[in-house]
Design a protein around this ligand. Structure first.
Ligand code: ADP
Ligand code: GLC
Length: 484
């Protein structure tokens, strides 16, 4: 039976993106709507959204939001994209900034956002069966919904799903946030439920108060129960382990489709990928000033350049990697040290290595299409979107066996021919280098094996079909609806 679900997040495509969360918010609601549900999404109205979409938004009205000492107006906007309705919360001082997060007043900004989301439900008089919150920016929603609207049964009837996309970003703030911005008393700190060190944690609140907690792959769901991956929340996660689901992400296969992708030099599919890749590789070489060779093994990275992504294993081995008969394209921004190393690579290996320091959607499509190997040796990876896109574009992922990478990439078995990529286990640069060498060798010396791998990578199901069905089951479970 169709149900109503409100997604709440700090970012989401097609409007605004800094990472994989935006990919998920841009595609999972769509997949659920396709299954017949009434799915809506609410986001802050950031400056970048205003610049691009303001003319397309319909203004719904303004409500004065009271949350602790906050007494500020929120203006609601809406628009529809396909079958999904989007809402935006406007507050000039809080959201019309160059970036999305990382400001000193993030706690106040997102306390306001979450309260404005809950007030919006009353304002538009649409009462979802489930609110599906995502990451720290929305972790307080289940608790606020219970505590701040205790005498309204319509709020109390709403069930809550909370999805963790990355344990490392927790939204930890001072305890004074409780009265000042959240309108809650100190009991939530005193009883330990949202206490974290000497302050409070939005993420912990989501974990404790949601009806079900999910994360974005089964392996990561297990990993975060351990001290090594739990980012000091493993104990509280173990306490909720019975309600913790791991559901792997998909990608939007209409946006990411090598057969129709207008950004590519040549479109291709599972049958025409050999010539398709050659054309895209040479176009990329031309665009980036690399030596034009359609036979070379091209390695690629499209990523935030941070420790999480195992980037320093790569920078440690840059000389060895560039010593092979390969070209290397790196697209991304992040930590200074990593950026510096890739700038050095570009200087030292002119025509062979290129570093594009920036965020560039257009180039990302071309890199996924033109490369042969996609490097993603993450130290931890809740799910990962990059390796899914790469596979769909016939670019074999080379990953560390962790989190969603382990769940989505099957390593090549040279005896059976099985697999859709390459992987290694230990977080060790030598193991990674060994695997890269081996993969490059397969590219040059074992063409039948390589072709089989690309074929199976391209036919791997990276769509939302299966996972959307699992989320649907989760919503039914949380609402005690039985199977349907
Ligand atoms: P995370 O969310 O941890 O950064 P994911 O692999 O889940 O990692 O998602 C990253 C997403 O952001 C992918 O869609 C990837 O293509 C995209 N991306 C990362 N860096 C860039 C960049 N510099 N330019 C364009 N797209 C990027
Ligand atoms: C986070 C994770 C990434 C995941 C994405 C979407 O950014 O780092 O692994 O794919 O969220 O769930």
């Amino acid at each position: 039976m169709p149900r109503s679900i409100l997604f709440v997040a700090g970012e989401g495509l097609p409007f605004i993106k800094t990472g994989g969360l935006a990919d998920v918010i841009g595609s999972l609601p769509k997949a659920l709507a396709k299954r017949g549900h009434d799915v809506r999404v609410v986001l802050p109205l950031y400056k970048k959204i205003i610049q691009k979409y303001y003319g397309k938004l319909e203004r719904l009205g303004t409500v004065q939001i009271h949350s602790g000492w906050i007494n500020q107006p929120a203006t609601y906007y809406t628009c529809k994209v396909g079958d999904v309705t989007y809402y935006f919360i406007e507050h000039q001082a809080y959201f019309e900034r160059d970036g999305l997060y990382g400001y000193e007043d993030d706690g106040e900004r997102f306390a306001f956002f979450q309260r404005a989301v809950l007030d919006m439900i009353y304002f538009i008089d649409w009462w979802p069966n489930v609110i599906h919150s995502n990451d720290w920016q929305t972790g307080m929603i289940p608790l606020m919904c219970h505590a701040c609207y205790a005498d309204d049964y319509r709020y109390q009837n709403i069930k809550h799903v909370y999805t963790i996309h990355n344990m490392a970003f927790q939204g930890n703030f001072g305890v004074d946030m409780l009265p000042s911005c959240l309108g809650l008393d100190y009991s939530y700190f005193d009883n330990g439920s949202i206490k974290f060190d000497t302050g409070i944690s939005f993420m912990k609140a989501g974990i404790v108060y949601a009806d079900k907690v999910t994360t974005v792959s089964p392996t990561y769901a297990n990993e975060i129960l351990t001290e090594s991956y739990g980012e000091r929340m493993d104990a509280v996660l173990r306490y909720r382990r019975g309600d913790l689901w791991g559901i792997v992400n998909g990608i939007d296969t209409t946006e990411w489709n090598p057969k129709t992708d207008a950004r590519l030099a040549k479109n291709f599919d599972g049958r025409s990928w050999v010539s398709g890749k050659k054309a895209n590789k040479t176009a990329l070489q031309k665009e980036l000033g690399l030596e034009e060779r359609d036979d070379v093994c091209m390695l690629g990275i499209v990523s935030r350049l941070t420790n999480q992504k195992g980037i320093y294993m790569i920078t440690d081995k840059l000389r060895e990697i560039m010593g092979m008969d390969v070209q290397f394209v790196v697209l991304g921004t992040g930590e200074k040290d990593a950026e510096e190393s890739f700038k050095w690579m570009e200087e030292a290996y002119k025509g062979k290595g290129v570093y594009y320091c920036g965020y560039n959607e257009d180039l990302a499509h071309k890199v996924y299409a033109g490369c042969d190997l996609f490097l993603m040796p993450s130290l931890y990876e809740p799910c990962g979107i990059g390796q899914l896109i790469a596979m769909h574009y016939g670019t074999l992922p080379l990953v560390r066996e962790t989190g969603g990478l382990k769940d989505t990439v099957q390593p090549y078995n040279q005896y059976t021919g099985e697999g859709n990529g390459f992987s290694f286990w230990a977080a060790n640069a030598d193991d990674m280098l060994y695997t890269i060498r081996w993969a490059v060798e397969q590219y040059y010396e074992n063409r039948p094996g390589w072709k089989g791998l690309v074929k199976s990578a391209m036919s791997t199901d990276v769509s939302w079909e299966n996972s959307a069905e699992t989320y649907e089951k989760l919503y039914y479970t949380v609402c005690n609806w039985g199977d349907k």
